[in-house]
Design a protein around this ligand. Structure first.
Ligand code: PMP
Ligand code: GLN
Length: 381
């Protein structure tokens, strides 16, 4: 019975954050911002904690938050959702992912995933008894081809899960790629799950389309979002699943026996956050784009070779011009303990942890923190 947990190792984000803390390193590993939480949301959460209800909210989420999720999807993506039957509030995107995979995967089923992948996907799918079939995308464009997708599909496939914009690559999926996924999902009657937690971090030149805006996917897809990313509040763990009512129902059933609900004061604050004006979301995007650009240029000066990133708040970089003798994990340990700057080895985003020549830096930090990290790296390497 413990066999499965041997493959479920401690998540790299926890490992690298502990190492960063032990060495007083600047933590550009685990993805969390060090600024930018909207003050109004903090005030509402504090006010509601002190003077609002602290008892179980409705199992599907507070009506005002479900309404705000639907209004936000209509405003930014032109998608019309019924807040009562097509929106579920969860304790973070991770819970929404777990609810969805537990609802739709049974032992022996297959799920198609794309590498490099967020590290929670395969373990959750396996715990549901399913078998991950992984399509490996290749840098620098990380493009999905029909041949690669077709090779991963079988009679046992039930779900295709993709992350858009994609962690750690920053890839924003093209309409052609989403069409390709939609055509196979339709032909084989599959569920498509889109982890869209970075929906507001899409940079100039890239065009993001939610799965629910695709005519063939509106009634066969689940879209997952997170307040952690949209409002720089990763510790709050407020997420949402959005889908056609019949598709959402089994996910709701799983949610009711996993967390049942999410703290009411945080739900009320996030409801207000989703109604912030367009300027808030535009500023978030331009600020992160500027940090991406400045940090990539800085990495190049140090001797790294940064890859493009069209979205999310990560920059992946080749480190072999700096040191060839270390694996990506060894390289990350080395800069964390010696230069005192932490990063994540990109091998952690592959199911079988092959050695890669890439490491990932998180750039949603104050400018002075990013500058100091570059100074430390320059001094050291
Ligand atoms: N999906 C992706 C791609 C992520 O990067 C993260 C975490 N940062 C999550 C899901 C989890 O989001 P949450 O903290 O809301 O559970
Ligand atoms: N999503 C975050 C990242 O990619 C980490 C979340 C976590 O630590 N569980 O860095």
């Amino acid at each position: 019975p413990f066999e499965i947990f041997r493959s479920m190792t401690e998540t790299v984000f926890e490992t690298m954050s502990l190492l960063a803390r032990a060495h007083d390193a600047i933590n550009l590993g685990q993805g969390f911002p060090d600024h930018g939480e909207p003050e109004a949301l903090l005030r509402i959460a504090a006010e509601k904690l002190l003077h609002g209800s602290n008892q179980y909210p409705p199992m599907r989420g507070l009506p005002e938050l479900r309404w705000a999720v639907a209004a936000h999807a209509a405003r930014f993506h032109g998608v019309t959702l019924d807040p009562d039957s097509e929106v579920l509030v969860t304790s973070g995107a991770t819970e929404a992912l777990a609810d969805t995979l537990l609802a739709y995967l049974s032992p022996g089923d297959e799920i198609v995933l794309f590498e490099p992948l967020y590290d929670a996907y395969a373990p959750i799918a396996r715990r549901a008894g399913a078998v991950p079939k992984v399509v490996r995308l290749e840098p620098p464009s990380w493009t999905l081809t029909a041949n690669a997708l077709d090779a991963a599909l079988s009679e046992k496939t039930r779900v295709i899960l993709f992350n858009n914009p994609m962690n750690p690559t920053g890839k924003v999926w093209s309409s052609d790629e989403i069409d390709l996924i939609a055509s196979r999902a339709k032909a084989r009657d599959l569920l498509v799950v889109a982890d869209e937690v970075y929906e507001h971090l899409v940079f100039e030149g890239a065009s993001f389309k939610t799965v629910l805006a695709h005519p063939d996917l509106r009634h066969r897809a689940v879209r997952i979002g997170s307040a952690g990313k949209s409002f720089s509040l990763t510790g709050w763990k407020v997420g949402y699943a959005q889908a056609d009512a019949a598709i959402l129902e089994p996910i709701v059933r799983c949610h009711q026996f996993i967390t049942f609900t999410t703290p009411p004061n945080l739900q009320q604050a996030v409801a207000v956050g989703l109604q912030l004006d367009d300027r808030y979301f535009a500023e978030l995007r331009t600020r992160m784009q500027r940090k991406r650009d400045t940090f990539r240029a800085g990495l190049r000066r140090v001797g790294f070779e940064p890859l493009e990133a069209q979205g999310a708040y990560f920059v992946c970089a080749r480190f072999d011009q700096v040191r060839k003798d270390l694996s990506d994990l060894e390289f990350c340990r080395w800069i964390t303990t010696e230069a005192r700057v932490a990063a994540i080895p990109v091998s952690a985003f592959y199911d079988e942890r092959p050695r890669t020549d890439l490491i990932r830096f998180c750039v949603c930090k104050k400018d002075e923190v990013l500058d100091e990290a570059l100074t430390r790296l320059t001094r050291f390497v």
